[in-house]
Design a protein around this ligand. Structure first.
Ligand code: HXC
Length: 258
């Protein structure tokens, strides 16, 4: 499908999706959100793709929901269309790993979009924030929920109540991002991480993603049981036999997703 607000490129088993509304700092309007969800679903269904990278421009990953588009909507409209439910629900349904490669602003819906990915690699120019409070609203796709689970109550309250931005160093310290790299190296680092993931069995990467995500939904004991049962189920795969045999034979494993 041809897209106007994003650019999609598939190479070496990695789908790179680049948000591309430079005049609006990649603000998330209805078109972009729709195209992004479609591209993610296409990548999820594409056998050639084993990992997905979501990125923006040097200046902005995404500066939030499109304020111009939202500003005149009524309660009846936003409640009626369940504004932003779709983006949350369609992205959490993606089974392949998604890495957010964030440079510049990741604000409001942009920060929430990054948090919807499986992990965030940030450039040293990245700035994260939930500044919705300045617009007379609150976060709407996880800024009060996922952010609180990722960085704790105190920092989340600080971000959501003052609207201040966190730089990359603070975001890494707080556990929001997994690594920080110089801006010029951002895509190289994200691609190298994606290629490492692409070398694994896609059965085990999907299982690992599912198990980590369950930790946000289950009690510790239930989560541990879920993890153990998934671990047990891996022994039904050829890739478990291959992975362990390759270790013992001191060679590289050749996974076949079986
Ligand atoms: C629509 C936006 C936008 C946005 C920037 N632009 N952010 N348009 N929605 N969220 C547009 C500007 O209007 C401007 O267009 C162009 O992008 C460049 O932006 P500037 O402000 O001129 O750039 P700069 O001075 O460098 O400031 C960058 C900035 C600032 C700090 C990121 O743009 C900013 O504060 N943006 C809004 C951030 C925000 O509040 N996000 C939360 C949105 S609410 P023109 O045409 O004037 O050149 C939200 C709700 C989520 O996300 C709830 C559910 C999703």
């Amino acid at each position: 499908m041809a897209f106007e607000t994003i650019i999609v490129d598939v190479e070496d088993h990695v789908a790179l999706i680049k948000l591309n509304r430079p005049d609006a700092l990649n603000a998330l309007n209805a078109q972009l959100v729709g195209e992004l969800c479609t591209a993610l679903e296409e990548a999820d269904a594409n056998d050639k793709v084993r990992c997905i990278i979501l990125t923006g421009s040097d200046k902005a990953f995404a500066a939030g929901a499109d304020i111009k588009e939202m500003s005149t909507k009524s309660f009846v409209e936003v409640y009626g269309e369940n504004l932003f439910a779709m983006v949350n629900d369609r992205i959490i349904a993606i089974r392949k790993p998604i890495i957010a490669a964030v440079s510049g602003y990741a604000l409001g819906g942009g920060c929430e979009l990054a948090m919807l990915c499986d992990f965030i690699i940030a450039s040293d120019t990245a700035k994260f924030g939930q500044p919705e409070i300045n617009l007379g609203v609150i976060a709407g796709i996880g800024g009060t929920q996922r952010l609180t689970r990722f960085v704790g109550k105190s920092k989340s309250m600080d971000m959501n109540l003052t609207g201040r931005f966190m730089n990359a160093e603070e975001a890494e310290r707080a556990g929001l991002v997994s690594r920080v790299v110089p801006a010029k190296k951002l895509l190289e680092e994200a691609t190298s991480a994606a290629q490492k993931i692409a070398e694994k069995s896609s059965l085990t990467t999907a299982a690992a993603k599912e198990a980590v995500n369950r930790s946000y939904e289950l009690t510790l004991n239930e989560g541990i049981l879920f993890e153990r049962r998934v671990f047990h189920s891996m022994f039904a795969t050829e890739d478990q036999k291959e992975g362990m045999a390759a270790f013992l034979e001191k060679r590289q494993a050749q996974f076949r997703d079986k």
